[in-house]
Design a protein around this ligand. Sequence first.
Ligand code: DOR
Ligand code: ZN
Length: 351
Amino acid sequence: MAPMLTIIRPDDWHVHLRDGEMLKAVAPLTARQFARAIVMPNLKPPVTTSAHAKTYRDEILAVLPQGSTFTPLMTIYLTDATDAGDLVQGHKDGIITAAKLYPANATTNSEAGVTDIKKIYPVLERMQKAGIPLLVHGEETNPEIDVFDREAVFIDKILKPLRRDLPELKVVLEHITTLEAAAYVANEGKKGRLAATITAHHLHINRNAMFSGGIRPHFYCLPVAKREKHREALVKAAISGAPMFFLGTDTAPHTQAAKESACGCAGIFTAANALELYAQAFDEAGHIERLEGFASRFGPAFYGLPVNKELIKLEKASGGENKIKAILTGGGQQIIPFVPPSPVLWRIAES
Ligand code: DOR
Ligand code: ZN
């Protein structure tokens, strides 16, 4: 019989659902695997108020398949002009779960992001007091800094001073890609105020994948994949059983045309097969039994939420990989899912 694994239904602590036709195409894929997801606010225009977060949440709920119990957990996009009162009230009202820091121009739709962390210190102080987590896109934005160094530089220049100034603030360093980040979070995360999400794709590829046999736009995201030693450090962190590391796919759909262009967008789309990709990576590293902690327990513990009640079953095919097809949006555009260089044998067992 094929090896099976039953785990508590996981949550995705970092997802881009977009809006309009794209939302309709991708939200059911996330809802099929995950009970809850932290929804990123980098729409056009960005979700900067709790009123906008509320209408966006309704938009998401409206496109879910009938009977779906999926819960979107909403975030606010911080700007230099964020209204702390609105954020705190939105959190009290159960609309807002967290706030996202995009350093201005760090990534897709981040132009309206924060230009200087000091400008939002009053907001961060209020968040610290109210227990609202700060979710961080941790990359230095100075274009003179090498793109492969931007995460490590951000940690030294911005994150360390920030955490010194606001030691009680809950911080998630999102989609970590370096051994520097993994080591920092492992050390500093012991008191439960610092954690990191790890994507499925960063467990599968290193930077060579972007250039194997030609340029591979579907392996390009930000933060960009790094050298093999960094991928290995991420796998080690993910399978370590340490609760400061948990699942966040950063699934970031763009149309095929927007990816395969002279200036292709950053973002890797994993909503169609994320859990399978994680299972494969954990299995290859010899620790499939640690998947449940990473995928289903440590995230809720950090956010102070209960773990899910339902279970989900995975199975490993003895041969033949789990083939994923392109997704078609209602607008007639294709989204190309992430397919790693080596075969994925795990799949969700339809029960
Ligand atoms: O690759 C990325 N894509 N990184 C981000 O930080 C944003 C995301 C997107 O929204 O497409
Ligand atoms: Zn993201």
